[in-house]
Design a protein around this ligand. Structure first.
Ligand code: SAH
Length: 236
């Protein structure tokens, strides 16, 4: 598997350009900082072993990977944006965290690694790749039987277009313009179908709903609305 065969270079370049700002919680990545406690709780609440082995796919600057490592997990984290990985490594080192950051695609690591992870997290990444089904299949292959996969993305619906793209990028400017392309967004049923065809059983879904008045997100369990995340269990 070629490292870049399921990667969109223009998408990676967008993240290269903001690589110095991953940890600026008032900068272009601020929404990831804001939602991080909610999604970390969703993930950690569903992982069983006390020191789980977790792979974070499309880890960016390590916002989630660091939260997982702080909770006691042993974390491997991969991305294809090299300046982003450098920022992630620097930040983890400065905070005394041991995270194994690697410049690899998930398809590549799936060929090399044993299927030994208790959990694989792939957050806010599927909507940036040409073939998200292939990423899901590779994530499934890396899990132990009974292990859990977590995916988050944005629904491809009119409501999501209005709120996540139009309002989020142009009106409220919560995200940099051009962050999301409508055609790449993923319907919850598509995610569930692709996961099922990779041997992953649906376990839970929740949405992160933004209130522009309080400027806060809240978690809405059992809902797949705009910005949603889902958990699946590997069969066997
Ligand atoms: N998962 C992180 C970052 C999300 S931003 C978080 O939620 O905090 C999306 C990340 O996916 C970027 O860092 C980008 O470089 C990475 N990415 C995009 N396409 C990728 C691919 N094909 N393989 C690995 N990483 C990819």
């Amino acid at each position: 598997m070629n490292r870049l065969s399921n990667a969109d270079q223009q998408e990676i370049a967008k993240f290269d350009r903001v690589s110095r700002m991953w940890w600026d919680d008032a900068g272009p990545m601020r929404m990831l900082h804001v939602i991080n406690p909610l999604r970390s709780a969703f993930i950690l609440g569903q992982i069983e072993p006390p020191r789980p082995k977790i792979l974070d796919v499309g880890c960016g600057g390590g916002i989630l990977a660091e939260a997982l490592a702080r909770s006691g997990a042993s974390v491997t984290a991969i991305d294809l944006s090299q300046p982003t990985l450098e920022a992630a490594r620097r930040h983890a080192a400065a905070h005394g965290l041991e995270i194994d950051y690697r410049d690899m695609s998930v398809e590549q690591i799936a060929q090399e690694a044993q299927s030994g992870f208790d959990a694989v997290t792939c957050m806010e990444m599927l909507e940036h790749v040409p073939d998200p089904r292939e990423v899901i299949a590779a994530c499934a292959g890396l899990l132990k039987p009974g292990g859990r996969a977590f995916f988050s993305t944005i629904d491809r619906s009119l409501k999501a277009f209005l709120f996540a793209i139009l309002a989020g990028e142009y009106v409220l400017r919560l995200l940099p313009r051009g962050t999301h392309q409508y055609r790449r967004l993923i319907r919850p049923q598509e995610l569930r179908d692709w996961a099922r065809s990779s041997g992953l059983e649906f376990a839970a879904i929740a949405s992160l709903l933004y209130n522009p008045l309080t400027r806060r997100f809240r978690m809405a369990p059992d809902r797949a609305d705009i910005n949603y995340m889902a958990c699946f269990v590997k069969k066997g």
